[in-house]
Unconditional design. Structure first.
Length: 252
């Protein structure tokens, strides 16, 4: 049985005071019933401020990116060791905004995945097609390339520590959520690909989140789908009511 993971990707939003208030409200109101894991991924600069607020809670801290080298002359980058040092347990890798705005390639993301796994950080690996790719019937090929490229060399033993997030680019920040049929179909494809590359046991263990305009109004239906094991939430993770409204949509 896969445990649902709801993660908030704050992207480049909030200031320190708003970040603290949001975390305090979530921690206070989130009653873990053991059926759902929660993770929050604030901007780097707030990680250290927020870590103590999450320390004794059942909410995990995550980062939105990292560099694959351990240390050195990489101006502006943050290493995985630094993330572990401040208390992160998850790291989002290969988000479409990093792929499409900042030019990250599958090869680069693959190096980051390996670096994170070596440190015990759990990667949330994002994959997803552009609208033009979906319209051209290329969705399966695109997510296959992204997933296999980003996971090259990852062993079956390491796979249960990976979370996949299927985020169709056309659904991110647009209010256009994938239909349940579209989401379930790609999630099932991804699980089948994992089975092909590894085995049925690994495929059954890996959590696959959906991301893209998840809101309290659509969360329940998406989270009830057979192969949807959680959500990676952008805009709606910035408001406590919306975020916990999504958590409330997790099937009991
Ligand atoms: P929205 O929930 O704002 O569409 O963003 C999704 C996303 O990119 C999460 O990583």
């Amino acid at each position: 049985m896969r445990k649902v993971l709801i993660a908030g990707n704050w992207k480049m939003n909030l200031n320190r005071q708003a970040a603290v208030s949001l975390v305090e409200a979530i921690v206070q109101r989130f009653a873990s019933e053991g059926t759902v894991d929660l993770a929050l991924c604030p901007p780097f600069v707030y990680l250290e401020t927020l870590a103590p607020l999450l320390k004794d809670s059942s909410v995990a801290l995550g980062a939105q990116n990292m560099y694959f080298e351990k240390s050195g002359a990489f101006t502006g980058e943050v290493s995985g060791e630094m993330l572990v040092d401040v208390g992160c347990r998850f790291v989002i890798l290969g988000h479409s905004e990093r792929r499409h705005i900042l030019g990250e390639t599958d090869a680069m993301i693959n190096q980051k995945v390996h670096a994170a796994l070596e440190l015990g950080l759990r990667p949330i690996l994002c994959v997803g097609e552009l609208l033009a790719e979906r319209e051209a019937g290329q969705t399966e090929a695109v997510v296959r390339q992204q997933m296999t490229g980003s996971l090259a060399g990852v062993s079956a033993d390491q796979m249960p520590n990976i979370v996949i997030a299927y985020e169709p680019v056309w659904a991110i920040g647009t209010g256009k959520v994938a239909t349940p049929e579209q989401a379930q179909s790609v999630h099932a494809d991804l699980r089948r690909m994992i089975e092909e590359c590894y085995n049925a046991q690994v495929a059954g263990a890996v959590r696959i989140q959906y991301g893209g305009s998840v809101k309290p109004e659509n969360a329940k239906e998406l989270l009830s789908l057979e192969d949807v094991d959680g959500a990676l939430v952008g805009g709606a993770s910035l408001k406590v009511e919306d975020f916990l409204g999504i958590v409330a949509g997790v099937p009991k």
